[in-house]
Ligand binder design. Structure first.
Ligand code: MN
Length: 131
């Protein structure tokens, strides 16, 4: 799969990229939301890993924008939150993400979430109408 990682922390970016490349995925990188959104529209990845805490536009706003654009609305999105907080799930799904993982990232959980989402059909995400 082609997977876009939007993450501002270089260490996290490297870990996630290395892991996904080892698993045979094509990785595209963006270190902020604006670059990520434009790369998503241009390169049409199958999936996006979206860090929520980003400099400038935050990940939740970016997810909402991606869901509004024809070119990007069907891309699977996994939100990555800085730490697990009560209500995170509702917030992430409400913004239009298909799933979420909290930091520190459990890479086995991430890989299994990617696997689960990749077997679902396009447009199966929920919550786009609740924001
Ligand atoms: Mn961050």
């Amino acid at each position: 799969m082609k997977i876009l990682i939007i993450e501002d922390n270089p260490t996290n970016m490297k870990f996630a990229s290395d892991l996904l490349i080892i698993k045979g995925h094509d990785v595209i990188q963006a270190n902020n939301a604006e670059i990520g959104i434009s790369r998503a529209a241009k390169e049409r990845p199958d999936m996006i890993l979206m860090d929520i805490q980003l400099p400038g536009m935050d990940g939740l706003s970016a997810i909402k924008l991606l869901r509004k654009k024809d070119e990007t609305r069907d891309i699977k999105i996994i939100a990555i939150t800085a730490f697990a907080m009560k209500g995170d799930r509702e917030k992430m799904i409400g913004a239009g993400s298909d799933g979420y993982i909290s930091k520190p990232i459990d890479y086995r959980a991430l890989l299994s979430l990617i696997e689960i989402l990749s077997t679902k059909g396009y447009g199966s995400h929920t919550g786009t109408d609740s924001s």
